[in-house]
Design a protein around this ligand. Sequence first.
Ligand code: BTN
Length: 247
Amino acid sequence: MTSLEPAFTEPLLRGRFGRPYLYLARTETTQRMLDAAQPEGAVAVTDEQTEGRGRMGRRWDAPAGSSLLVSTLLRPPPERRAAELTLLAGVCVAVVVERATGLAAQVKWPNDVMLDRRKVAGGLAELKDGAVVLGIGINVNQRPGELPAEAKVPPGSLYSVTGREYERGPILADLLLELERRYDAWREDGLASLYEDLGARDFLRGRRVSHGGVVGTAQMITHDGRLAVTTESGLVVVESGEVSLER
Ligand code: BTN
Protein backbone atom coordinates (compact mmCIF):
# COMPACT_ATOMS: atom_id res chain seq x y z
CA MET A 1 0.00 0.00 0.00
CA THR A 2 1.17 3.49 -0.85
CA SER A 3 2.29 5.94 1.83
CA LEU A 4 0.55 9.28 2.24
CA GLU A 5 3.63 11.34 1.38
CA PRO A 6 2.98 14.45 -0.71
CA ALA A 7 4.32 12.99 -3.98
CA PHE A 8 1.44 10.48 -3.99
CA THR A 9 -1.29 12.46 -2.28
CA GLU A 10 -0.97 16.08 -3.43
CA PRO A 11 -1.88 15.30 -7.07
CA LEU A 12 -5.20 13.91 -5.78
CA LEU A 13 -6.21 17.09 -3.92
CA ARG A 14 -8.90 19.14 -5.65
CA GLY A 15 -9.86 21.94 -3.27
CA ARG A 16 -8.18 24.50 -1.02
CA PHE A 17 -7.98 22.16 2.01
CA GLY A 18 -4.60 20.44 2.05
CA ARG A 19 -2.67 23.59 1.11
CA PRO A 20 -0.19 23.39 2.63
CA TYR A 21 -0.06 19.61 2.98
CA LEU A 22 2.31 18.85 5.85
CA TYR A 23 3.50 15.27 6.02
CA LEU A 24 5.75 13.34 8.38
CA ALA A 25 6.30 9.59 8.06
CA ARG A 26 6.17 9.37 11.87
CA THR A 27 5.27 11.92 14.53
CA GLU A 28 3.90 12.15 18.06
CA THR A 29 0.51 13.45 16.96
CA THR A 30 -0.67 15.36 13.90
CA GLN A 31 -2.51 17.69 16.33
CA ARG A 32 0.86 19.21 17.22
CA MET A 33 1.97 19.76 13.61
CA LEU A 34 -0.42 22.69 13.15
CA ASP A 35 -0.69 26.07 14.84
CA ALA A 36 -2.68 29.25 14.48
CA ALA A 37 -0.02 30.80 12.23
CA GLN A 38 -0.98 28.36 9.45
CA PRO A 39 -3.65 29.33 6.90
CA GLU A 40 -7.12 27.86 7.24
CA GLY A 41 -7.23 24.50 5.45
CA ALA A 42 -3.64 23.60 6.30
CA VAL A 43 -3.53 19.84 6.78
CA ALA A 44 -1.14 17.60 8.74
CA VAL A 45 -0.87 13.92 7.87
CA THR A 46 1.29 11.07 9.08
CA ASP A 47 1.64 7.35 8.51
CA GLU A 48 2.39 6.67 12.18
CA GLN A 49 1.63 8.42 15.47
CA THR A 50 3.57 7.59 18.62
CA GLU A 51 1.28 9.61 20.93
CA GLY A 52 -2.02 9.63 19.07
CA ARG A 53 -4.72 11.39 21.08
CA GLY A 54 -8.37 10.41 21.41
CA ARG A 55 -11.15 12.25 23.21
CA MET A 56 -11.41 12.37 27.01
CA GLY A 57 -7.65 11.91 27.43
CA ARG A 58 -7.60 8.53 25.72
CA ARG A 59 -4.97 7.24 23.29
CA TRP A 60 -5.55 6.72 19.58
CA ASP A 61 -3.38 3.87 18.33
CA ALA A 62 -2.93 2.36 14.89
CA PRO A 63 -0.12 0.31 13.31
CA ALA A 64 2.11 2.27 10.89
CA GLY A 65 0.58 2.74 7.45
CA SER A 66 -2.75 1.17 8.39
CA SER A 67 -5.07 4.14 8.79
CA LEU A 68 -5.79 7.77 8.06
CA LEU A 69 -4.43 10.19 10.67
CA VAL A 70 -5.14 13.76 9.66
CA SER A 71 -5.57 17.17 11.29
CA THR A 72 -6.94 20.33 9.66
CA LEU A 73 -6.58 23.92 10.82
CA LEU A 74 -9.87 25.84 10.93
CA ARG A 75 -10.85 29.35 11.98
CA PRO A 76 -14.56 29.16 12.68
CA PRO A 77 -16.41 32.46 12.97
CA PRO A 78 -17.19 33.51 16.58
CA GLU A 79 -20.93 32.94 16.17
CA ARG A 80 -20.46 29.20 15.57
CA ARG A 81 -20.00 26.56 18.31
CA ALA A 82 -16.65 24.83 17.71
CA ALA A 83 -18.08 21.74 19.46
CA GLU A 84 -20.25 21.19 16.37
CA LEU A 85 -17.13 20.50 14.33
CA THR A 86 -16.89 16.90 15.56
CA LEU A 87 -20.44 16.32 14.27
CA LEU A 88 -19.47 17.95 10.99
CA ALA A 89 -16.40 15.72 10.81
CA GLY A 90 -18.59 12.71 11.62
CA VAL A 91 -20.97 13.38 8.74
CA CYS A 92 -18.06 13.96 6.33
CA VAL A 93 -16.31 10.75 7.37
CA ALA A 94 -19.56 8.76 7.20
CA VAL A 95 -20.26 10.00 3.66
CA VAL A 96 -16.72 9.25 2.52
CA VAL A 97 -16.74 5.79 4.14
CA GLU A 98 -20.05 5.08 2.39
CA ARG A 99 -18.58 6.06 -0.98
CA ALA A 100 -15.52 3.86 -0.38
CA THR A 101 -17.30 0.78 0.94
CA GLY A 102 -20.82 0.98 -0.50
CA LEU A 103 -22.20 0.40 3.02
CA ALA A 104 -24.27 2.74 5.18
CA ALA A 105 -22.30 4.44 7.97
CA GLN A 106 -23.67 6.19 11.07
CA VAL A 107 -22.57 9.01 13.36
CA LYS A 108 -22.59 8.13 17.06
CA TRP A 109 -22.96 11.42 18.91
CA PRO A 110 -20.77 13.31 19.42
CA ASN A 111 -17.80 12.15 17.38
CA ASP A 112 -17.70 8.49 16.38
CA VAL A 113 -18.38 6.96 12.98
CA MET A 114 -19.88 3.50 12.99
CA LEU A 115 -19.88 0.84 10.31
CA ASP A 116 -21.67 -2.43 11.00
CA ARG A 117 -22.06 -1.31 14.67
CA ARG A 118 -18.28 -0.88 15.06
CA LYS A 119 -16.41 2.35 15.58
CA VAL A 120 -14.24 2.88 12.51
CA ALA A 121 -13.39 6.55 13.01
CA GLY A 122 -13.32 9.37 15.53
CA GLY A 123 -12.88 13.13 15.53
CA LEU A 124 -11.22 15.46 18.02
CA ALA A 125 -11.54 19.27 17.95
CA GLU A 126 -8.92 21.15 19.99
CA LEU A 127 -8.61 24.91 20.44
CA LYS A 128 -5.21 26.46 19.72
CA ASP A 129 -4.73 30.23 20.05
CA GLY A 130 -8.20 31.01 18.76
CA ALA A 131 -8.04 28.47 15.92
CA VAL A 132 -9.35 24.90 15.93
CA VAL A 133 -7.28 21.85 15.08
CA LEU A 134 -9.74 19.22 13.89
CA GLY A 135 -8.20 15.75 14.06
CA ILE A 136 -9.71 12.74 12.34
CA GLY A 137 -8.62 9.13 12.61
CA ILE A 138 -10.12 6.50 10.27
CA ASN A 139 -9.31 2.83 10.73
CA VAL A 140 -8.77 1.64 7.18
CA ASN A 141 -6.69 -1.51 6.73
CA GLN A 142 -6.18 -2.79 10.29
CA ARG A 143 -6.69 -6.53 10.68
CA PRO A 144 -9.07 -7.51 13.50
CA GLY A 145 -6.14 -8.35 15.83
CA GLU A 146 -4.65 -4.89 15.27
CA LEU A 147 -7.62 -2.96 16.65
CA PRO A 148 -7.51 -1.60 20.23
CA ALA A 149 -8.56 -4.43 22.56
CA GLU A 150 -9.80 -2.33 25.47
CA ALA A 151 -11.90 0.18 23.51
CA LYS A 152 -15.21 1.27 25.09
CA VAL A 153 -17.07 1.07 21.78
CA PRO A 154 -16.33 -2.12 19.75
CA PRO A 155 -13.73 -1.06 17.19
CA GLY A 156 -13.59 -1.93 13.51
CA SER A 157 -11.80 -0.92 10.34
CA LEU A 158 -13.00 -0.73 6.75
CA TYR A 159 -11.00 -3.92 6.21
CA SER A 160 -12.40 -5.78 9.22
CA VAL A 161 -15.96 -4.96 8.14
CA THR A 162 -15.72 -5.48 4.37
CA GLY A 163 -12.77 -7.86 3.97
CA ARG A 164 -11.21 -5.49 1.42
CA GLU A 165 -8.04 -3.40 1.49
CA TYR A 166 -8.24 0.27 0.53
CA GLU A 167 -5.76 2.78 -0.88
CA ARG A 168 -5.78 5.59 1.67
CA GLY A 169 -4.79 8.49 -0.62
CA PRO A 170 -8.07 8.68 -2.59
CA ILE A 171 -10.09 8.40 0.65
CA LEU A 172 -8.07 11.24 2.18
CA ALA A 173 -8.56 13.44 -0.90
CA ASP A 174 -12.30 12.75 -0.88
CA LEU A 175 -12.46 13.54 2.86
CA LEU A 176 -10.68 16.88 2.50
CA LEU A 177 -13.04 17.98 -0.28
CA GLU A 178 -16.10 16.87 1.69
CA LEU A 179 -14.80 18.69 4.78
CA GLU A 180 -14.18 21.86 2.82
CA ARG A 181 -17.64 21.91 1.26
CA ARG A 182 -19.49 21.14 4.46
CA TYR A 183 -17.33 23.50 6.52
CA ASP A 184 -18.09 26.35 4.11
CA ALA A 185 -21.81 25.59 4.38
CA TRP A 186 -21.58 25.36 8.19
CA ARG A 187 -19.80 28.72 8.38
CA GLU A 188 -22.75 30.24 6.53
CA ASP A 189 -25.72 28.37 8.04
CA GLY A 190 -24.44 26.46 11.08
CA LEU A 191 -25.66 22.98 11.94
CA ALA A 192 -28.80 23.47 9.82
CA SER A 193 -26.59 22.88 6.77
CA LEU A 194 -25.91 19.28 7.78
CA TYR A 195 -28.80 18.49 10.09
CA GLU A 196 -30.68 16.33 7.60
CA ASP A 197 -27.62 14.26 6.66
CA LEU A 198 -26.76 13.92 10.33
CA GLY A 199 -30.29 12.85 11.26
CA ALA A 200 -30.29 10.21 8.52
CA ARG A 201 -27.15 8.70 10.06
CA ASP A 202 -27.92 9.12 13.76
CA PHE A 203 -26.66 5.92 15.41
CA LEU A 204 -28.04 6.54 18.91
CA ARG A 205 -31.58 7.62 18.11
CA GLY A 206 -34.02 5.20 19.73
CA ARG A 207 -31.31 3.28 21.59
CA ARG A 208 -31.06 2.84 25.36
CA VAL A 209 -28.14 4.89 26.58
CA SER A 210 -26.59 6.05 29.83
CA HIS A 211 -24.74 9.24 30.63
CA GLY A 212 -23.36 10.11 34.04
CA GLY A 213 -25.51 7.47 35.73
CA VAL A 214 -28.73 8.56 33.97
CA VAL A 215 -30.34 5.92 31.76
CA GLY A 216 -32.87 6.66 29.03
CA THR A 217 -33.70 6.51 25.35
CA ALA A 218 -31.77 8.73 22.96
CA GLN A 219 -33.91 11.10 20.89
CA MET A 220 -32.89 13.14 17.88
CA ILE A 221 -29.77 15.25 18.13
CA THR A 222 -31.06 18.75 18.89
CA HIS A 223 -30.84 21.60 16.38
CA ASP A 224 -27.87 22.94 18.31
CA GLY A 225 -25.98 19.66 18.34
CA ARG A 226 -26.79 18.36 21.81
CA LEU A 227 -28.21 14.93 22.61
CA ALA A 228 -31.74 14.70 23.99
CA VAL A 229 -32.49 11.66 26.16
CA THR A 230 -35.90 10.74 27.60
CA THR A 231 -35.54 9.36 31.09
CA GLU A 232 -38.01 8.32 33.82
CA SER A 233 -37.75 11.82 35.25
CA GLY A 234 -38.20 13.64 31.96
CA LEU A 235 -36.15 14.95 29.07
CA VAL A 236 -32.43 15.45 29.70
CA VAL A 237 -30.26 17.31 27.20
CA VAL A 238 -26.65 16.13 27.18
CA GLU A 239 -24.15 18.87 26.39
CA SER A 240 -20.92 16.96 25.88
CA GLY A 241 -19.00 13.93 27.02
CA GLU A 242 -19.82 10.41 26.14
CA VAL A 243 -22.87 8.19 26.31
CA SER A 244 -22.68 4.43 26.68
CA LEU A 245 -25.06 1.96 25.12
CA GLU A 246 -27.24 -0.01 27.53
CA ARG A 247 -28.26 -3.54 26.70
C1 BTN B 1 -11.73 9.77 19.37
O1 BTN B 1 -12.58 9.07 18.83
O2 BTN B 1 -11.45 9.63 20.57
C2 BTN B 1 -11.03 10.82 18.55
C3 BTN B 1 -9.85 10.22 17.82
C4 BTN B 1 -9.10 11.25 17.00
C5 BTN B 1 -7.84 10.66 16.40
C6 BTN B 1 -7.17 11.59 15.44
S1 BTN B 1 -5.92 10.79 14.49
C7 BTN B 1 -5.38 12.32 13.88
C8 BTN B 1 -5.40 13.28 15.05
N1 BTN B 1 -4.18 13.16 15.81
C9 BTN B 1 -4.40 12.69 17.03
O3 BTN B 1 -3.52 12.49 17.88
N2 BTN B 1 -5.72 12.48 17.22
C10 BTN B 1 -6.49 12.81 16.04
